[in-house]
Design a protein around this ligand. Sequence first.
Ligand code: PEP
Ligand code: MN
Length: 348
Amino acid sequence: MLVIMDARASDEDIQRVENRIRELGYTPHPIPGATRLAIGVTGNKGIEDRIYLEGLPAVLQVIPVTKPYKLASREIKPENSVVSVGNAKFGNGNLVMIAGPCAVENRDQTLRIAELVASKGAHMLRGGAYKPRTSPYTFQGLGEPGLEILAEARERTGLRVVTEVVDPGLASLVAQYADMLQIGTRNMQNFELLKEVGKLGKPVLMKRGMSATLDETLMSAEYIMSHGSHDVVICERGVRTFASHARNTLDVSIIPALKQVSHLPIIVDPSHASGNRTSVIPLALAGVGAGADGLLVDVHDDPAHALVDGPQALLPDDFSQLMHLLARISAALDRSFNLFSTEATEET
Ligand code: PEP
Ligand code: MN
């Protein structure tokens, strides 16, 4: 349920309501809104206990939340959430570009590609130090030395870093280096991992499971949010279908559907969706056209020798072309698309 507080509620009024929620055995989640504060309640089964809250000072209304996910739902928070990672803002109408290699292969490769994508205006750097691979015989990632390389790339370029966490036991280590923690498609329902990552309180990029429904996706976001991190960005990266012409099928239809029921930002990964460089730009544009808040794309300057996912990586010139197209498309869609600049002062 959701407790709507009077706009003039004092800290004491709010504290009183939160205490009463805890006394009932539930968890309060204050949700500041543009015009009023609301307190989300999780842990309750029904709405019978509303009578213990309705009579308290400064409580305007107690309303049921009908969706199985609560904190991720628009019923609890009607306005869009904006997730900030440095200067990159997801969900405020602006378009965020995250680019980089699929994997951190070595120091030179990562620094080179980081400089390249920064020079072309990307807002964040991607790159896996821990890689969840289908085959145990393929490159599994550099591990902590890979995280150190990402941190150095951030130092040099100013780009904030998103990288994947594959193991709950490694979550706090990855969080020491990363600005945003990525949950991969294969781990979207690794609930212990979601809880651990949620507790760290850092922004999270959660990829949709490759066969997950919209409700399942939002329930996984709910795991992260209910454990402490409210800064969750969802990523559509393609789902498994019968189509054999692409690695996955990019489900752009989830973007408007998700925005209708959730306040969370959603971005699109056209690289893992297609598995094929020639499809990446068209799918990126489709994602933006459908309302995505940003993109995550693989970029490599020597994809023929990439250790992971070379065939889907954009070449530097392809990436420039995509950035130019995005500038034009975002203008046509009344979206803003400011290229990354190290001169931009960081808002807190
Ligand atoms: C990735 O982005 O590096 C990745 C492994 O993607 P996914 O989890 O979508 O397969
Ligand atoms: Mn990959």
